[in-house]
Design a binder for this molecule. Sequence first.
Ligand SMILES: O=C(O)CCC(=O)C(=O)O
Ligand SMILES: [Fe+2]
Length: 307
Amino acid sequence: MGLEVPTVIPTIDFSGDVCDVRRKVLQACEEFGCFQAVYNERVLHQVRGELFDSMIELFNLPTETKVKNVSEKPYFGYIGKSDIIPLYESLGIEHAHLKESVQSFTDLMWPKGNLQFCETVNSFIKEVWEVEGLIRRMIMEGLDALDLYESHVKSSTAVFRVMKYDAPLPPQSALGLSPHTDKNFITLVFQDNVSGLEVLSKDEKTWIPIAPSPQSFVVFIGQSFMAWSNNRLHAAQHRVMMKGDKTRFSCGLFSTPRDGMLVEVPTNLVDEKHPLAYKPFIFLDYLNYFYKDSGLKDNALQTFAGI
Ligand SMILES: O=C(O)CCC(=O)C(=O)O
Ligand SMILES: [Fe+2]
């Protein structure tokens, strides 16, 4: 009998018993580095629909407006139709949990104002940032590090990205987003109604598709959380492959270490079975290393901070 090959990622219903949910969340983050969360909450459900509607208006703005979304950090501002991933376009809001950040972004895109966009994005992020906190808390509690939760949250910020993928025109490649591992702590990805997201199994043999569903979103562990957990959590590679002829929209909230913050393994996560795997590192230094010096290598975290 061969080893069982996973063909789906775990689906966790958040309306279940809290201890049971916590156990499943931790297990999924250790074994897959990701899971599909069923979170059937009315407000989130409604505002999610409004958000996807307003994204169309945003992407319809002229390119010369969208390129004003700049950041000194790599991969934080506007990215449009590059040679490597020509189907992909995206914009980002830093410190997105602060209303003034969403307001500045809105003012930049619509100098005459767009109250509805601003309010929709703010309500969506408020809901999602709360859920991120809930999930982070569960994971930290599961790792017996709940006492560090408050300081962990204080040392992080929220980055929000909206993404659009054009359908490929044959013979154009179907690659929407190249395989990558997120660099931050935790990512919550919301897919509208077109599939394409795939995650690589831990044995790196199978790309597992993650179907969109209006009641659920996808949670990924990023490399900063994997490093912080001393490799107890897995950070999975994922990519977007476009099928069919429909444009795909998605968005993600990325909890990310604040500027200047050290990612450091807590002492109680180091023991004989788990010897210290990473030196403390500053997130932004790693980001710059990855995008500028490493040649975007998969093992960049290991060469940058690995022991
Ligand atoms: O569009 C998606 O579904 C995934 C996006 C993603 O993986 C990312 O932005 O890091
Ligand atoms: Fe990602």
